[in-house]
Design a protein around this ligand. Sequence first.
Ligand code: CUK
Ligand code: CUA
Length: 765
Amino acid sequence: MSTFAVKPTVLLVAAGIGLGAASTAWSAESLQDVLKRRGLSQQDVLAAAKTYVPTGKRDEFVVFSSGGQSGQVIVYGIPSMRILKYIGVFTPEPWQGYGFDEESKMVLRGGRIDGRDMTWGDTHHPAISETNGQYDGQFLFINDKANPRIAVLDLQDFETKQIVVNPIYKSEHGGAFVTTNTEYVFEAAQYPAPLENQKFYPLEEMNDKYRGGMTYWKFDRKEGRINVKESFSVELPPYWQDLSDAGKGPSEGWSFTNSFCSERYVGGIEKGRPPYEAGCSAKDTDYLHVINWKKAAELVAAGKAKTINNHKVLPIDVAVKEGILFLVPEPKSPHGVDVTPDGKLIIVAGKLDTHVSVFSFEKIMAAIKAGKFESKDPYGIPIIGIKDALDKQVQLGLGPLHTQYDSKPCVAYTSLYVDSQVAKWDYCTGKVLDKLSVHYNIGHLMTMEGDSVSPKGRYLVALNKLAIDRFVPVGPLHPQNHQLIDISNDKMQLLYDMPLPLGEPHYAVAIEAAKLKPGVRYKVGTDSRTGKLSPDYVRAGEEVTTKTGNKIVVKGTLIRSHFTPETIEAEVGDEITLHLTNLERAQDETHGFTVSTYNVHASLEPGKTVTVKFKADKEGVYPYYCTEFCSALHLEMMGYLLVKPKGWKPTKTAAVAQAVYTEADYKATLKKVADTQAVIDSVVGFITSVNYKDFPDVVAMVEDATDQLGKIPEAKAKAEAAAAKKDWDQANLWAEQIWQYQVKAADLGLRAKTYLEQNNAKKVQ
Ligand code: CUK
Ligand code: CUA
């Protein structure tokens, strides 16, 4: 409190003049001193210089990483590796109110399975929407392997908008991947199971009754949502479909999915059978599934699909007869499949092979055209001979998994899980170019826009499974380790280890930061989860509380630093619904909302309308308050929920106790108000003397400040009316309220002024 009891002019001085004094007092250490003191090498300093992003500067790339078992998405910058955000996707996220307000609960409800809320997820593969094979920065998709689901995030506000459940799988893995214009987002099954929901067949019937598949979710870009009705799947044999990639360029219209356990082995170590790990890796090859999705979509549209669980599924025999499904042998328990940027080659790595296999799309097409197949699988699917499809095989090392591409032609990077290395190699010549050790057991790796048609090169991130000896120990559960690697030179250079403390991030995607254009505020009254105006939003002055039966509906507003209303009165058993609108326009002026012990929380970014709902089932007094430190008077941003016993009647009619003020207090407050007005006038003078209208952020701050100042006449009238009646309590308190409006306006004004100064605003006449 005491900081704000000082004269407002002092605030201005602190904000403006304080900066100059700090820099002179110490005799600074030299760079050499620091290197010596911290035991750093030249190489360390070089790495630091390549990753350090000075204050006020920004990263070149933004990474969307899977949050693994957290069911979330992690956003961080490259090269700084600074974490920017965790986004709630499949699981509740308290900060963002995700799962604690009604609008986001609706999104999570879309992810219910068999009537059950799924409060955890196993996210694996994020994908950014593409236009002509380039990342366009509009949407992000990610899968949940455990509870087969896929989510749509809008990068306009980095929020999850939709979760859809896969209607026919019990697990899924080969997704999310997008087609070159994001017509479809697709995902493959992982562990085979009966496609009919809640249908039991014994494991002995694996070959006949268990199935895998490939689901193509139709994406409606205008709506920004998956169109479930227009989506379909292609039935596949009970091979364990694994990862996928979309064709591009010449291979556009096709998708590729590797598989393992084409043995269709059934384990049972407890029954004396060798375990899955032995039986599923016995054969020398598994199958790359090659599917013409464009034609599959036409066949589905022509009514050739059957319906399973309300979802269109193209049966294997139809797919075979229509010539849209083929298999290519691939060695040996493969894990990754990655189409080259030019769309001509498909690179598959076998976990138990030391090679990567480079398949030629042209050769595959030639074999299909010539009807040249070596055999059929037990389901009648034609198998193209491996020699007829292979361009080359390259020996890289132990446990190759995933491949990513460089901006330099023909250059690829493959993770070597067992060797704990990244191999840089040339897929045109088959030469190995470089190897770099990572720490340890790398899974995926990722280059900048590395799975688009035009990778940006520069950096690579190794997503390591183990982090032994890398970080200060934090118990048996280690953080994950993302290692940043400079790939701009011939030799790879390890730059940075980043512990990721959320879940095992299988895959990540990185986009040029400049391509992202997120908004900073919503149109006032927006329900962010639908993107539409909430039917229940109100503007300032329209706040209202109604009670019908035992249902109380509050339509309220938030603005620094108060809620309207500040009291909610209920009886035990009432159901309370609050529709709250944040009226702020200024950037980053988020308010939070919670009610003590009722387990609700909302994050209200500027302009957003959020609904919280709960049953006031306990008598008592429950403070509600703002959970974001939004202004100097943030702590005062509160109110009371009064839950009275049934039939309670007031016994006292006395006014609420107040502090007692004198005329002198009122005069002193008026003086403070006049002083503050002088500060505001000088700030306003500065702002209007420059081209502030060219800065949308400043315009928004000015709007908010004007809003605050606009409330003053009403408060002033009340103060003066009270003063005329010599009611010094009311007069002084309304004068204090004037000062509150001024302080917030001044705060905004000072921020606007700083912004303009730092952004070289120009003088206008
Ligand atoms: S997976 Cu985990 S390291 Cu799900 Cu793409 Cu390969
Ligand atoms: Cu609003 Cu704190």
